[in-house]
Design a protein around this ligand. Structure first.
Ligand code: PMP
Length: 284
């Protein structure tokens, strides 16, 4: 698996990554006026493709932007990209900006959107190692339900974790965990309930979250959608997170407190297995 010299998609063309060009006046660059999606690939097929497409459309609509292409055109471009780049396992990113216009805060009208897509080859189905997380303040804006490219706050948090020799950060706002830097967060209580924050504009409605909660319910697990604190999390029997690019990932340490004996918890591991199993059955 190599990401060397990929072919990327730019506004309808498939070009070598080092020849791909976007204007310096692109609003994605000047204002973070852009949204994105990322869909995972296993065995050359996409997991939850339609749910990711629906969320892309919602993110765009919330910012008064249309879908740049139909669902079928999007799927075709995704398929062409993994074919050209020989990606059997990994993910495809799509970034859609409002387009190119002279610098001005007011949304310009009548301009063409910029659409880019690229692949990342990545092993997703291997053995799951548990991650160590630290909590950091959630300093992001108030519309975290829109998947914008404003990822600086998440980047700051994750870099802080890395500097402390840890793997990721859980973001805390007004005393409770919102989500991870790029994932939704969960704990398993002593009586076996899965607790995860309810949907609102404080978190991204994870596509993996929706799929995993449905599978967990089918397994007879009880789910409570509500905020929880870091203290409650430390006291839980297990913790995990979900994202399209990492599925279900066990958490084995929170702010220095060991979780599930310092090894991935059984419910987290089982949910990861089931998600991959079911994902493969319904991938396209
Ligand atoms: N929250 C945030 C802030 C994210 O960036 C992501 C990953 N895109 C998620 C949650 C998980 O969403 P999904 O399962 O759709 O990847």
């Amino acid at each position: 698996m190599s990401n060397n010299k990929r072919t990327v998609y730019v506004n309808g063309d498939y070009v070598p990554e080092d020849e791909a060009k976007v204007s310096v006046f692109d609003r994605g660059f000047l204002f973070a006026d852009a949204v994105y999606e990322v869909t995972s690939v296993i065995d050359g097929k996409f997991l939850d493709f339609d749910a990711h497409t629906a969320r892309l459309e919602r993110s765009l609509n919330e910012l008064d932007m249309p879908m740049p292409m139909t669902r079928d055109e999007l799927l075709d471009a995704h398929r062409q990209l993994i074919e050209m780049n020989n990606v059997q396992e990994g993910c495809v990113y799509i970034q859609v900006t409002r387009g190119v216009a002279d610098r001005d805060f007011i949304f310009p009208e009548g301009i063409a959107q910029t659409v880019i897509m690229f692949t990342q080859a990545k092993k997703l189905t291997g053995e799951k190692k548990g991650l160590r997380v630290i909590s950091t303040p959630d300093i992001r804006w108030g519309r975290r339900d829109i998947k914008t490219v404003q990822l600086l706050a998440a980047s700051i948090g994750k870099t802080a974790a890395k500097k402390q020799g840890k793997d990721d950060t859980w973001l805390v706002k007004e005393g409770t965990v919102t989500e991870g830097s790029s994932n939704n967060t969960y704990i398993v209580t002593k009586d076996g309930k899965i607790v995860t924050r309810h949907l609102s504009n404080t978190i991204l409605p994870g596509i993996t979250r929706a799929a995993v909660l449905k599978l967990a319910a089918e397994q007879g697990l009880e789910i409570e959608e509500r905020p929880f604190t870091i203290e409650e999390a430390k006291d839980a029997t297990e913790a995990f997170m979900t994202a399209a690019t990492s599925f279900v990932t066990p958490v084995i340490e929170i702010d220095g407190t060991q979780m599930s004996g310092g090894i991935p918890g059984p419910i987290s591991l089982r949910l990861n297995e089931i998600y991959i199993e079911e994902g493969k059955k319904t991938s396209i």
